[in-house]
Design a protein. Structure first.
Length: 292
């Protein structure tokens, strides 16, 4: 396995704080998001690399192992266990742990995978995989199944209702195959929710706007509003002001793993002023302006 410089991928220094890494990840994830670069295969590869780098550097334990062991960081625990199992004062000329006093883990891994009888019997856990899965806002309203392709392998996954943008779930045993009978690695899936032009999501609540004409706002009436759960007819009170906000209970996002529970939908009214007035309409508005 070649060494991958995760710090360079995220364009941060090795001394970067957790906040720096988080900020860099968000910036690059937006830059290379597949939805924003539909015809750029390189952007998709960079997006996957950014997710992989963030998955390691945003985790303090993984980052510590990566900083110390480089490309072999995922086998750090096995290396430490092997080193600690060696006698503190081995006999001169006797079997010793490969490497120098500081622990030459590169030599260690060469010996472990070099083909000796002992190395073939040593079990290692498979590498974890990371993947990104893009969804539309409507996709998170109900629990459903989709197929995800990872390393050429199709995996049927269940997507719980209410997943949030950036949320990560783990599928145990769907990573790389273990070495010498060791357990398989895990698959970490990051969900990316595409922005919706009509709805803004905050937690489980949704926010949208509804346009009504001046006459309906002044005299009252009805309007039809689109929600992610279908159309709803609303009654408009007379003298409704521009920017008036109403709440539609349980018309928001389904609560994560709680089918039957949902957030709310907040609708803000925007009053559309009439244009291209006729002479008669202008006259009537003039008369109205005189009545105060």
């Amino acid at each position: 396995m070649e060494f991958i410089d995760y710090y360079s991928i995220l364009e941060v220094d090795k001394s970067a704080s957790e906040a720096d890494i988080k900020k860099a990840y968000r910036k690059l994830a937006r830059k290379f998001h597949p939805d924003l670069n539909p015809n750029d295969k390189d952007a998709n590869k960079k997006f996957q690399s950014v997710n992989e780098a963030n998955e390691v550097l945003s985790d303090p334990e993984k980052r510590k192992k990566y900083d110390q062991y480089g490309k072999d960081w995922q086998h750090a625990d096995q290396f430490e266990a092997q080193r600690n199992s060696q006698p503190r004062n081995p006999r001169p000329g006797g079997p010793q742990f490969p490497g120098n006093e500081e622990g030459d883990f590169s030599s260690f891994f060469e010996s472990m995978f070099g083909g000796s009888e002992r190395s073939r019997q040593t079990k290692f856990r498979g590498q974890d995989y990371t993947a990104a899965f893009t969804l539309n806002l409507t996709d998170v309203m109900e629990t459903h199944k989709q197929t995800l392709t990872v390393n050429g392998k199709n995996i049927r996954i269940t997507i719980p209702a209410g997943v949030e943008n950036g949320q990560v779930i783990k599928l145990k045993g769907y990573g790389a195959t273990g070495v010498s009978g060791g357990p398989d690695g895990d698959l970490y899936i990051t969900f990316l929710i595409s922005a919706n032009p009509d709805f803004k999501r905050l937690g489980n609540d949704l926010y949208t706007k509804a346009t009504i004409d001046l006459f309906t706002a002044m005299l009252g009436g009805e309007t039809i509003v689109e929600t992610l759960k279908g159309k709803v007819k609303l009654s408009i009170s007379p003298e409704t002001q521009n920017g008036t906000k109403i709440r539609l209970k349980a018309k928001g996002i389904t609560v994560y793993k709680r089918e039957g529970q949902s957030g709310d939908l907040y609708v803000t009214y925007e009053i559309k002023l009439p244009v291209n007035l006729t002479d008669q309409q202008k006259m009537l508005f003039t008369e109205l302006s005189k009545i105060k």
